[in-house]
Design a binder for this molecule. Structure first.
Ligand code: XIL
Length: 386
């Protein structure tokens, strides 16, 4: 049972079907969402409806018809984008003094051209550590102090780049991602900061805690605030959106950070869910729409800006209606509440998903709407703001 709820990691990474010619200009210059789109309805209530986007799907040139559908759906349905991996540190920071922001910048430029805002994900994450930095640290090329200075430099450079080159585009920065472990909230382990280590890829050990210290999360937020005093700085994690032991540990950790004066503005609730959670019956875990709603309320009471950041709901064949209801319940439990500013899903089509095999999104592989899409629209139409 334990493994059922564990966050899915590298083994399920999707192999992207090649997508075709998606010239960013091909959807025209007037991107204003139509009233019956997710973005149009969310925007009418002053909210953002977002999706993760993959550079190689947006700009690849091998399947023009699918790419056209990907791009036009993206432009029509969303007023917020997040590069799915193009802004992760290991993808950007390719050598000590080299940042490769080409892919992230093409997405940023597309967002500007289509009048869409961006979440920036993520600055410091245990699973995205530049290999050259780990190797250098192991060799003794860098002391812990030098690693700290380099990371501060990195945060400052990346944030300053977006502030200067795309002013007003980035509405949220995920400063630290998934600091609390282990991944599976049903284990009997104690939850807390992930253990230190350099074998982070396999074991979940945390290179940042090893090199920057137990207060690395505070440090990262202070560095981010110094880089851009106006940015909305988020802590982002999984399993914090319903009552469970890991969520409780995240709540304790984040509220302590805030109480200590750490410059944190927001909490990102990932919401990688599965239809089977509805049937779960485990001590300490309550997965009902009411429990999700109460958990979101509790986050709102902290005074932090709340966003759903990576929603996707995996399912088995034939569970479309349950998936649709859970999407609508999740949206109703979060976005209409004052203090919740955005609802972002981890992709929108089962064609381009890290969990593609379990069809967790609301457009199918042909980018046709599934029942979940209509359920989300209906939840936005029957908005019950509080
Ligand atoms: C995942 C991407 O979807 C994959 O394509 C990538 O290879 C690994 O990362 N929590 C997060 C996201 O915060 O960054 C992860 O994204 C999914 C889990």
């Amino acid at each position: 049972m334990g493994s059922k709820i564990a966050i899915v990691v590298a083994s399920l990474l999707v192999s992207l079907l090649p997508l075709g010619c998606a010239d960013s200009g091909s959807v025209g210059q007037d991107p204003s969402p139509m009233p019956a789109s997710l973005a149009g309805l969310a925007e009418a209530h002053g909210r953002r409806f977002g999706t993760a986007v993959v550079h190689d799907a947006l700009f690849d040139t091998t399947q023009p018809e699918l790419a056209r559908r990907y791009t036009t759906t993206l432009a029509r349905e969303f007023n917020l984008l997040v590069p799915e991996s193009e802004l992760k540190m290991a993808n950007v920071w390719t050598a000590e003094s080299t940042l490769d922001l080409r892919k992230a910048d093409r997405i940023a430029a597309w967002a500007v051209a289509h009048n869409v805002k961006m979440r920036a994900h993520s600055l410091v994450w245990y699973r995205s550590v530049p290999p050259w930095l780990v190797a250098g640290y192991r060799r003794g090329d860098y002391s812990r102090e030098q690693v700290a200075a380099l990371v501060q430099w990195y945060i400052s450079r990346v944030m300053t780049h977006y502030k200067a080159s795309y002013p007003g585009l980035v509405v949220a920065w995920d400063v630290v991602n998934e600091a609390i472990g282990p991944n599976d909230p049903t284990t009997s382990d104690t939850f807390g900061l992930r253990p230190v280590g350099t074998d982070f890829q396999d074991s979940g050990a945390d290179f940042w805690r090893l090199t920057l210290g137990d207060d690395y999360v505070e440090k990262a937020f202070h560095w981010a605030r110094a880089a851009d005093p106006d940015a909305h700085l988020f802590y982002n994690d999984d399993h914090a959106e319903f009552p469970n032991p890991k969520g409780e540990a995240i709540y304790t950790f984040v509220t302590a950070l805030k109480a200590a004066g750490t410059p944190i503005d927001g909490i990102g609730l990932e919401c990688h869910l599965d239809v089977s959670y509805l049937d779960m019956s485990l001590p300490g875990i309550v997965f009902t729409p009411e429990a999700i709603s109460a958990t979101v309320d509790r986050w709102i009471r902290t005074g932090l800006e709340v966003q759903v950041t990576e929603a996707d709901i995996s399912m088995k064949v034939g569970q479309d209606d349950r998936q649709a209801k859970l999407y609508a319940d999740l949206l109703r439990a979060s976005l209409p509440k004052a203090g919740v500013t955005a609802f972002t899903t981890w992709g929108f089509t089962d064609l381009v998903s890290w969990r593609a095999a379990s069809t967790p999104l609301y457009f199918d592989r042909d980018i046709a709407p599934k029942p979940a899409y209509h359920a989300l629209l209906e939840a936005l139409r029957t908005w019950d703001g509080k």
